[in-house]
Design a binder for this molecule. Structure first.
Ligand SMILES: Nc1ncnc2c1ncn2[C@@H]1O[C@H](COP(=O)(O)OP(=O)(O)OP(=O)(O)O)[C@@H](O)[C@H]1O
Length: 272
């Protein structure tokens, strides 16, 4: 990234390292010297072998974890504590079964401030409509399919229209068809409400379909091995999936990932 682009960056990691202590007290170097700069409203995927520190990067950006070395800044300001204005979506929506779908969307506000404002309720209704679940606001989570629940999780993360959205394998628990559908849904939401998205996935295809850039990480200690620009035109549609360029890029990335992380060295966990 040029010096210019570095200045425009929303999220900047400079020489970021993260060392944990394992239960026997030995150090676990999860990340080592990670440099990364993400521009405003860019969609970036992190891909790499299991345990290379992808989730750790998300936790660092959210401020839930502070780096043991290096510097992480958002809008030029060093991150020193958890940030409210970041949306997070996980592999499982973890909805509260006793609350209605609408109340699940507003729950973080209820939990934090003890009340939900009329404006937040209105926003929740709007989000339900946006994710195609307008009629489901009064239902309980167990009345929804896995894909629908995951949509609710996304809506919950968008309640305060965060400028940054961190997504940790949000579709990995879904079947292949629902997964594709959710990817298109996410692209639609992202185009309607642009945000800087950092998306962790094990799927090269998913990363290609969604991203502007793909960050390929190396096996532990996690480092940025390569950053790949995705030259596929937007909007991305079903046609993108049959575009020869899409398949060629998938093959190129697969080769890169597996040449860096052959299976015996921890390359498991990255899927075509
Ligand atoms: N709290 C912790 N204490 C000790 N080690 C940890 C802790 N959190 C993460 N680690 C270790 O740091 C490394 C990176 O973990 P992380 O979850 O970020 O990897 P990942 O790339 O997201 O993995 P996966 O693709 O399997 O989800 C792993 O070796 C993990 O065991």
């Amino acid at each position: 990234m040029s010096a210019d682009a570095h200045e425009r960056a929303v999220i900047t990691l400079e020489g970021v390292g993260q060392t944990f202590r394992s239960s026997d007290g030995s150090p676990v170097i999860a990340l080592d010297g990670v440099d990364l700069a993400l521009e405003r409203h860019e969609f970036v995927s992190l891909i790499g072998p299991s345990g290379c520190g992808k989730s750790t990067i998300l936790r660092l950006i959210s401020g839930l974890l502070l780096p043991t070395s290096g510097r992480l800044s958002i809008y030029g300001k060093r991150v020193t504590e958890p940030r409210d204005e970041i949306g997070m979506v996980f592999q499982k929506a973890t909805l509260l079964p006793w609350l209605s779908v609408a109340d699940n969307i507003t729950f973080p506000m209820k939990h934090k401030y003890g009340r939900v404002t009329a404006e937040e309720k209105r926003r929740a209704g709007e989000l339900l409509e946006m994710i195609g679940l307008k009629e489901f606001g009064h239902k309980r989570p167990n009345e929804l399919s896995g894909g629908m629940q995951q949509r609710v999780g996304i809506a919950r993360s968008l309640l305060h229209d965060p400028d940054i959205l961190l997504m940790d394998e949000p579709f990995s628990a879904l079947d292949a068809l629902t997964r594709d559908e959710m990817s298109f849904e996410l692209l639609r939401i992202w185009s309607e409400r642009p945000k800087t998205v950092v998306f962790v996935t094990h799927s090269i295809q998913e990363a290609l379909l969604l991203s502007d850039r793909i960050v390929v990480m190396s096996a532990r200690p996690g480092r940025v091995a390569e950053i790949i620009d995705v030259p596929l035109a937007r909007p991305r549609t079903l046609d993108t999936l049959s575009d020869p360029l899409y398949n060629q890029l998938a093959n190129d990335i697969r080769r890169k990932v597996f040449s860096r992380a052959p299976l015996e060295a921890g390359g498991e966990g990255v899927r075509a």
